[in-house]
Design a protein around this ligand. Sequence first.
Ligand code: ADP
Ligand code: MG
Length: 788
Amino acid sequence: MSEAMAQQVGQRPVANADPLAERLKEVVGGRTATTLERKLDLRTVGDLLRHYPRRYATRGELTDLASLALDDYVTVLAEVESVRTRPLKGRRGSVTDVVVTDGSADLSLTFFNQPWRDRELYPGRLGLFSGRVTVFNKRRQLAQPELELLKEDQDAAAEAERYANELIPFYPAAKELSSRKIQSCVQVALDRLDDLPDPLPRPVRERHGLIGLLEAFEKIHRPGRRDEYRLARKRLKWDEALPLQVVLAQRRRDALALPAVPRPVRRGGLLDRFDARLPFRLTSGQRAVCDQIERDLAAAHPMQRLLQGEVGSGKTVVALRAMLTVVDAGGQAVLLAPTEVLAQQHHRSILDLLGPLARAGQLDGDPEGTRVALLTGSQGAKERRANLLDAAGGAAGIVIGTHAVIEDTVQFADLGLVVVDEQHRFGVEQRDALRAKSAKPPHLLVMTATPIPRTVAMTAFGDLETSVLAELPGGRSPISTFVVPAADKPHYLARTWDRIREEVAAGHQAYVVCPRIGDGEPTGSDEAEGEETGGAPDGAAPDGAAPDGAAPDGAARAGGDPADEPERQAQLSLDDLAKAAPAPRPALSVVDTARRLTERQLAGLRIGVLHGRLAPEEKDAVMTAFAAGGIDVLVATTVIEVGVNVPNATVMVVLDADRFGVSQLHQLRGRVGRGTAPGLCLLVTQAPEETPARQRLGAVAATLDGFELSRIDLEQRREGDVLGASQSGRRSSLKLLRVLDDEELLRAAREAASELVESDPLLTGEPALAAAVAALVSSDQAGFLDKS
Ligand code: ADP
Ligand code: MG
């Protein structure tokens, strides 16, 4: 939000006049208000009214006393026969025993510590009683039943019918705070309201058939019929979607208002020379995206573009062409990678693609060329200084490194473009850090191989324009994927190792991925693959959740025992596994697996090890050796998940595959099939058939469609996770809205928000919406917005 707007909202008395802003202690009393705040973090009337029922139930069939079944929830229409209140034995308190009858049979009602009950429940009184049927002292009873007493003149039968079918809301409750207690607080709050400012502008409500806010609260908390709370939910979802989309629309608008140096294409420069030496033709998809980017770069406001494309779809070439365009225009470009391994790999492949164009100032360099500076945490001081100088002086047109390194230390002569690879958490803060390094905001291109469903792109990434590289350049080979059920079919596991031997014999290479490093460090940090970024290279999760991606169910983290040998586990019976669930053993580790494979199943092959805790120069040496064919089998963690490109590798074996997320497996699979030979991906698991874990693996094996898989992945997380809210441990602002299911609604809200912001940027005509937007922005709940 712009400052002007913050001030404006601050000046308005709206927040104070708003009945929803009233403190709960003024409404339900101090004690209850304290409990509501402590247990459920509800402070205002608005908080309470937006604490929606999780579900609704009726009181249960109206039942004859003669046909009551144990454990049923029932409602009975009956007459009080007798009442007796007595003290509890040996304890403080009292119990009131009531016997009711409907003429056919009797039933006991028991109330604890409600001695006043005997005044209203006098013999002959007709009432409706509901609760669960239990048995005490061989008599059927309802303990602490809900009740409604009928007046003399009421039509008992009709009243009974209404009472039994009334929808009772069930609220997310807490200890000391029952759903019923919450319900009665909500009743009190609702009864006080007679008018509410509506954050949804009237034209929006009219166009989309949405009921007003007060009516919506009434219908979600006290629905008369089921279709009423459905109407209410639809409307209240808009309350979540619209402010969010307004924030994003304002951000897009602010970005358009920012000045940037236009970097139009200059003919006859580096870009043309590069195109001339490119050994292949751009696909039409690449062509289209490159054209779009060229238009963006030529504009006088910063490009904000997200480029999605499957692994191997050729994003790097597109990014490099953008960088060269900027260099031709006199600026510099920086490429940020999430890990040092990837920064080094980018550096190598960009040097390759550029050839003499990257060797300005060297004997064999192109006189029109530039220099490419690599900056990593592990560089020697001298090399580093030279690279920093190249960046600061402008001799390096292209600078490559990890985020942390670049944000900290580098100065640029004229930074024109920032390219971010495989990093979803490149948020506003990082952008600001880089902005501080240039006079005007640089253009921004974010690349991701993780397909992001449209709806998520519209929310978490809503302030970026999106491009997709849908087609793969020729030469990509098919990948087949199989689940290897090591528990029920041990010989399949043996076959897995044979397949690796066969591929190696045919001149190819293989990856074996394990969930854990296992070098003796405590398990907790064992999986952390983070490098300078302090995070993990988790290309799997659009929201950056589950940093190590492993063990979505947390199963991998338990225990410290050395992992069993793969083939021994293979002999565990299904029963053993069932008994041992959910955490039968620690996940297989890179170190142990590499040792066992070296000694046994793959003895004689050249086996290398790669994980996040190797020294950077070791990592680089291993990757270089693997890329050069000096290593047959690379046993690794997910450190190889993103971007690693060794076309000669044809087999990907993932051990304990059930401990990885769906998108992550898809990423790992993308490491093979990058050359001319077909790829093979084997997902080895101990998870028994029919378990959700096995179904997940089945889904990965069944499709190569990354968008479909990321949908499946996201469906398994809570919505809050999608937007990163749960990472901060805070309440998500999304309660009803389902980012994946409510695509239509999100699209409509986005459109409405764009129109509103277009015609009235500060929403002066819609103070209630402006207040909702301000509340969203100022709350920590907007944190996820900065994770794009
Ligand atoms: P991504 O970064 O999207 O995973 P890359 O840019 O690394 O993909 O491309 C994967 C491989 O395909 C690289 O070896 C690259 O040189 C090659 N490549 C890219 N574009 C084309 C194309 N149009 N035709 C043939 N090969 C291509
Ligand atoms: Mg790449």
